[in-house]
Design a binder for this molecule. Sequence first.
Ligand code: ZN
Length: 313
Amino acid sequence: MEAGAGGAVDRLLPMTAATDRPTRRLLLVHAHPDDESINNGATMARYAAEGASVTLVTCTLGEGGEVIPPGLASLTADREDTLGTYRIGELTAAMRELGVDDVRFLGGAGRYRDSGMMGVPENDAPGCFWRAEPDEAAGHLVAVVREVRPQVLVTYDEQGGYGHPDHIQAHRVAMRAYRLAADPGYRPELGPAWRIAKVYYNRMPRSVIEQGLRDTAAKALFPGVAATGDIPGVVDDEVVTTALDGTAYAGAKAAAMRAHATQITVDGEFFALSNNLGQPLLATEYYQLVHGEPGPGAPEPDLFAGLDAEAAR
Ligand SMILES: [Zn+2]
């Protein structure tokens, strides 16, 4: 199902009866449109193709982003300020490429505005996500958790992967909602309590990204190459618990990233953001399990590994 033309995509599907739910249910919480495709595009495409329920909650419209195509330059916040609306369309197109039909904006489209990079005046703007009251923001997510009843939650680490205020806030809101959703005493009107079995952070093993950046320098056509420090979520290899082989979905991931054309330029197995610094487009996506029991495999090959999903209905 697709978002209505130009409309909000905070509720694309009617609520599904519990007996009709897919057995495996994945929830991803991201800050801006495009983060999901860059971090989890292959993961989302794979689970959607396998019949799992995949729900994406995006916290802002990414209104503060730069714009790569010169013909769209007037969308930016300092000119027409219509980038957020435009990016709803990009996200909708990206989700079509991944086969994901449950996409929502936290609190509804436009409820929280992009806060800009750390240290800019937009960090203090009323209505920006960085200034959101965490309990109020988490309440919107608790409602989603209790409706969808996911076994797996994916979000960022405490630094938001690389320090962007909206990514840090997405982490805080996701973790707060994870705890509150499981508390039967918290706002019972939002639905019965639900405990998410496994929580993961997006990660990038240092050895993988270092090799990927060497490949980028050797083969990619971008004018420069990103540094390891530019890449979100880089950790020592042993921190990574889970590697999701999305090779079969690399094309879908690349197509989803291309759909975010204001933000991303894709060149074969490489891509660049508006800084035009190349980095590898990886089909294997990496995670760190931070809550829940690991399943078999080192690294785990599956976010649902070890779960008795039938029992989790
Ligand atoms: Zn982002």
